[in-house]
Design a protein around this ligand. Structure first.
Ligand SMILES: [Fe+2]
Ligand SMILES: [Fe+2]
Length: 356
């Protein structure tokens, strides 16, 4: 695929052979129930629309979202809904959220959304909620129970007492490796809500949870982390098949904890590097073996990509199509009982390998 292909060829490519495009939308095919119940939905995440001044916004981030929306609109069959995975804005401002919503409003399918920390910490989600509605909710769709959590909350002390202005609070939380940040959490109130919500769901119903931060503890220094992850996992434990799909990390991650499969999706804005600690951690986490360096810094889509999610066994399998990089498939292995990266299992991690 050429870097600079025309709009006409983009439409042709995205509309016909999605596997050769490098667009940042996630197409999800679900086939839990009877074949007549099969359906698809799209998932777009982490667009980080960034206001410069006046009517100016960072073009690269705009283009990522515009392309994702265009591709979602070309999906055949048409997605039943589109989920936006959080971090629509960079610094939570009204112009950013409005500009992002303007692009999302071009979608030809119903839109749902997850709260990201970049959307939240300026006005604590007030304007976002006017645009998108509740910050946590659930819905049933064709045999699947979907749960959306706001996983990027933190302590009242940090949120309300630490910073002199809302702008500073937003900036402190927006930095990836800023030690002034604070660990994310779902919080007691929402966990109580989740407990009540799940009480009415049959144990053999497939459950798909959308959160912004991972509902697992990956790397605290960068807030790839949810502080009350174990308590949320305990609420999900009684169900046969649970999938947590999250954004925030802007890279490929997967894990299995008990019955819960975890999979991340790519961002439309930019990739994050892999934290060094992955090379040392003894868990399912360090299966990330390609340094996500930006080989072509002049191409804004480099090291971004998109993925097909297939949940037809009740477990998430993702086929990642990465720009200018080898495609990867991360799917649940029923014999091993956890997701496996089918392309990269043979690659041994070198001790102390740096993932930059
Ligand atoms: Fe993000
Ligand atoms: Fe985020």
């Amino acid at each position: 695929m050429s870097n600079n292909y025309s709009r006409r060829s983009f439409l042709k490519t995205a509309g016909s052979i999605a596997a050769v495009s490098a667009l940042p939308v996630t197409m999800v095919e679900l086939a839990f129930a009877a074949p007549s119940q099969n359906f698809t939905f799209a998932y777009i995440s982490d667009s980080h629309i960034q206001h410069i001044r006046g009517t100016k916004f960072v073009n690269n981030w705009d283009r990522g979202l515009i392309r994702a929306v265009a591709e979602a609109n070309l999906m055949t069959p048409k997605p039943d809904f589109v989920m936006f995975g959080g971090d629509l804005a960079q610094l939570g401002s009204k112009p950013e959220l409005d500009h992002g919503m303007g692009m999302l409003s071009k979608l030809n399918a119903p839109l749902k959304a997850v709260m990201g920390e970049h959307d939240y910490y300026l006005d604590l989600g007030e304007y976002w909620s006017k645009l998108f509605g509740p910050q946590h909710y659930s819905f049933d769709h064709k045999g699947v129970h979907f749960v959306v959590l706001n996983s990027i909350l933190t302590t009242d002390e940090w949120t309300h007492k630490r910073w002199p202005t809302a702008e500073q609070r937003m900036l402190e939380m927006a930095g990836l490796d800023n030690p002034n940040g604070s660990p994310f959490m779902v919080g007691e109130k929402q966990r109580e809500w989740l407990k009540t919500d799940l009480a009415n769901v049959k144990k053999d119903t497939p459950v798909v949870v959308f959160s912004h931060s991972p509902i697992q503890k990956i790397y605290k220094g960068w807030n790839f982390w949810t502080d009350d992850a174990e308590q949320v996992q305990a609420l999900l434990a009684p169900f046969d098949q649970v999938n947590v799909v999250y954004g925030h990390v802007h890279q490929i991650q997967y894990n299995q904890i008990g019955n819960i499969s975890f999979n991340s999706v790519m961002a439309t804005a930019w990739p994050w590097p892999y934290p060094q600690s992955y090379a040392q951690a003894e868990s399912l986490m360090p299966k990330l073996t390609i340094p996500m360096n930006r080989a072509d810094p002049f191409f804004e889509r480099d090291a971004t990509g998109w993925q097909m999610i297939n949940v037809n066994t009740g477990r998430v399998g993702l086929a990642y199509n990465l720009y200018n990089n080898k495609s990867r498939t991360v799917a649940f292995d029923s014999k091993l009982g956890h997701p496996v990266d089918k392309e990269l299992q043979a690659v041994e991690l070198e001790p102390n390998r740096t993932h930059y």
